[in-house]
Write a protein that binds this ligand. Structure first.
Ligand code: ADP
Ligand code: MG
Length: 328
């Protein structure tokens, strides 16, 4: 399962990423964290690691070579060639990445994509290309969980990064701006074919405050996955560069993790949605045929029937394609 955590800068994305990582590790899953936010200098510390791995952007040979690295073997040097070509594989396993690009501890791995906001080089953002290429090809064994700590904001949506994500989660802090951003994430994720799971409210200091945000989210049609209240311990440890403290907000994080794992993976839910639309269309066609008089059929009915049959054909083809993809 690939989960992406989005939201405004400072809302608590990295904190939630680290908290979920600990929770999934506790449940016995292996966890891979993909850091896609260059402002995350402290994420490795929150995760209890002693260093940050070199960014994949370096492995790809820098921003100018990203596209080539994902396609072929750009380097002349044989060792380098071998390392870089990892990115060109159809399926990338974290185990296959050279050591300096991965840090970890028991059950946990951290991969950093690279710097995002550097001077534009006149083409589609290379980090987008790299993130998308890497996430799409990242092969996860059964039960493994990848959590992407997304770049703050929403600029990455529409670059296709989220199409290989099973579930997009927005972190919302008590501010109108943050709720508005979650609403945008919701519509952008849905428009780009990703599954928007819902929002986590973070840093609330009272029930009333949580209730207000909950109402605001409900009004936007956003599902609430859980609430993480304001815990001074998080702030203290972050300030000291310490790992996320254990024993803080455990119940809250458990609820959020439960809500996330209960979301069907993207393919499953897409298959489900297509199958549902096949069934609905079949019912509509049966119903229309039953209403059609034996003689002197109304031309608009014939047209409607033709349209429904066309849509049914497309839905059946899509369902077949999704099932075939799933087999792979
Ligand atoms: N629930 C919380 N209670 C108290 N402090 C929090 C909470 N969540 C996050 N913080 C603090 O807020 C700051 C920003 O959090 P961070 O996770 O780095 O945000 P982001 O990754 O979205 O930029 C950090 O100092 C962090 O310790
Ligand atoms: Mg962060």
């Amino acid at each position: 399962m690939k989960i992406s955590i989005c939201g405004k800068g400072g809302t608590g994305k990295s904190t939630l990423v680290a908290a979920l990582a600990n929770e999934f590790l506790r449940r016995g899953s292996e966890v891979i964290i993909i850091d896609s936010d260059e402002s995350n200098s402290g994420l490795y510390r929150m995760l209890g690691l002693d260093r940050r791995p070199s960014p994949l952007m370096e492995l790809a040979g820098g921003r100018k070579n990203v596209r080539q690295a994902l396609r072929s073997e750009p380097a002349e040097n044989t060792q380098e060639k071998k390392e870089t070509s990892v990115l060109a594989q159809d399926r990338i396993r974290v185990e296959d990445l050279p050591e300096e690009y991965v840090c970890g501890r028991e059950g946990l791995r951290l991969v950093v994509v690279g710097k995002i906001h550097q001077a534009l080089e006149g083409c589609a953002c290379p980090i987008g290309v790299l993130s998308r290429g890497f996430l799409k090809r990242l092969a996860l064994a059964e039960g493994k969980i990848a959590i992407v700590d997304m770049e703050a904001g929403i600029e990455h949506f529409g670059r296709g990064i989220e199409t290989s994500i099973d579930c997009v989660v927005a972190v919302v802090e008590p501010s109108l701006e943050s709720v508005n951003l979650a609403e945008k994430v919701n519509s952008l994720a849905n428009a780009s074919g990703a599954l928007f799971a819902g929002a986590v409210i973070n840093k609330t200091t009272s029930r009333t405050m949580a209730g207000k945000i909950e109402t605001a989210l409900r009004d936007c049609g956003i599902k609430l996955l859980g609430i993480m209240r304001f815990h001074p311990e998080f702030l203290d440890t972050a300030l000291e560069g310490q790992p996320l403290p254990s024993g803080v907000a455990e119940d809250e994080i458990r609820t959020i993790a439960d809500a996330i794992v209960s979301i069907p993976p993207l393919t499953e839910s897409r298959i489900h949605r297509t199958e549902e639309s096949v069934m609905t269309l079949e019912e509509k066609i049966t119903d229309l045929k039953a209403r059609m008089p034996a003689h002197s059929v109304n031309p608009s009915m014939v047209q409607e029937l033709e349209e429904l049959e066309e849509r049914l054909k497309t839905a059946r083809e899509q369902s077949k394609r999704l099932l075939a993809d799933k087999e792979v």
